[in-house]
Write a protein that binds this ligand. Structure first.
Ligand SMILES: [Zn+2]
Length: 418
């Protein structure tokens, strides 16, 4: 070991061990200090000191109950502290912002859906609106007494997660937008405390939300598909996000399923989202209500509602267009299932209210298109996280990063006692 490196090294080891104990308490809670020591291989004195540190930082608490082991002294039980820290997630979509805050157990503290025409607003106005929504959220009573460990922002596009730059988001008409930098600067200018900000693809964060809190939580091989104007997929393989070399994996919306098909927002022809994205669906289902020009963000939600009404009343145009869109979707998903072999594909966003009419043909087309029998054992289901999945995933990603030691731990509020 290099001379002079020992202090740094001690600090690094301690931080790693704090993370190990935090993850162990999450996995075993309620559990005693001795149980943590046995599970981690750390000695009891070290565990006691690390637990005291985590308690001072508001991450672990004593439950007030004791364990009665067969041998040895009774031990006070520990659990994660759900009262002191929070993480925030925010999704930017074509027609809305969605904000969520969660506690250390990823349980919701507050949520807000803000209709917002991000598509017409432009990147700078959108960054301002995002910063304003975050500043207001950070000031809400539910968060005032808590340390916010991080903010995860979801955007429908290709993201450079290292820099938080939106490389390309055709449905927002953004390219090369340094979103993290702008939001941080605006929050600082508004006098907000410095909080780490992470920007990621909406489908990736939606997949994380499904994995942590959705109906199919803990399914390690899971695909989440966004059902917005754009279609994207977040692919979890063995519980880890499949990102690829540059983080662009899962762009299933731009797989060409009908080369002679309609032009896509990306400039190519016959992409899946040009046939089964929400804009394509509402244009086919309620043609008399759709303006000829590009849809504004605010049109989208209203047109989906109108589509649901028509389909519910048995309108032949709407029902048949949904069935066709479901078939295209199933063909696109078949390609993904053939390559990634997931246990579940979870459809999110506006695919959920449209699910009753999309799913039957989607499942049939997927079964026909997947090489392995019975769709490779993969179920295609609807999400129950509504339009907040990606925001929820943004918040969950920050809790996940805290556990994994990729975020600074909150500063101790009191002095550690042992
Ligand atoms: Zn495309």
């Amino acid at each position: 070991m290099a001379v002079g490196g020992e202090t740094v090294s001690f600090q690094a080891v301690r931080e790693t061990n704090l993370g190990v104990v935090l993850r162990t308490v999450r996995a075993l809670a309620p559990c005693s200090r001795s149980a943590v020591a046995s599970a981690t291989g750390l000695n009891k004195t070290t565990v006691s000191s690390l637990v005291a540190d985590l308690m001072a930082r508001g991450l672990v608490r004593e439950t007030g109950e004791t364990a009665q082991p067969r041998v040895g002294r009774p031990g006070v039980l520990l659990a994660l502290d759900d009262t002191s820290v929070a993480a925030v997630g925010l999704e930017v979509n074509v027609d809305y912002l969605s904000v969520i805050a969660v506690d250390l157990l990823t349980r919701e503290l507050l949520s807000e859906h803000i209709p917002f025409d991000a598509r017409s607003a432009g990147a700078e106005a959108c960054a301002r609106r995002v910063a304003e929504a975050l500043r207001r959220t950070l000031g809400r009573p539910a968060l005032q007494e808590r340390t916010v460990v991080g903010i995860g922002i979801a955007v429908p596009g290709l993201i450079d997660t290292e820099t938080g730059t939106v490389t390309r988001a055709p449905n927002l008409d953004w390219s090369g937008v340094p979103l993290r930098e702008r939001v941080l600067a605006l929050l600082r200018a508004a006098g907000a405390d410095d909080v780490p900000v992470h920007v990621d693809n909406d489908a990736n964060l939606g997949a994380l939300a499904e994995y942590r809190v959705g109906s199919f939580a803990r399914t390690p091989d899971l695909v989440y598909v966004t059902g917005e104007v754009g279609i994207g997929a977040g692919v979890l393989s063995g519980g880890e996000l499949l990102r690829g070399a540059n983080g662009f994996a899962g762009e299933i919306g731009h797989v060409s399923v009908a080369p002679e098909g309609p032009e896509c927002s990306c400039g190519r022809g016959g992409c899946l989202e040009a046939l089964a994205g929400i804009e394509a669906i509402v244009r086919a289902c309620v043609p008399d209500l759709v303006p000829a020009a590009a849809l504004s963000g605010t049109d989208v939600a209203e047109l989906v509602e109108a589509t649901v009404e028509r389909a519910s009343s048995g309108d032949a145009t709407a029902v048949s267009a949904l069935e066709t869109a479901g078939t295209w979707l199933g063909r696109g998903l078949a390609a993904l299932v053939n390559i990634t072999n997931p246990r579940r594909v979870v459809l999110g966003g506006y695919f959920v209210p449209l699910g009753p009419w999309l799913l039957p043909s989607c499942r049939t087309a997927a079964r026909e298109g997947v090489f392995a029998p019975d769709t490779g054992g993969c179920g295609i289901e609807l999400s129950d996280l509504g339009l907040s999945a990606a925001a929820r995933g943004g918040a969950a990603a920050m809790i996940h990063a805290l556990d994994a030691g990729r975020l600074p731990l909150p500063t101790p509020r009191t002095t550690a006692t042992s």
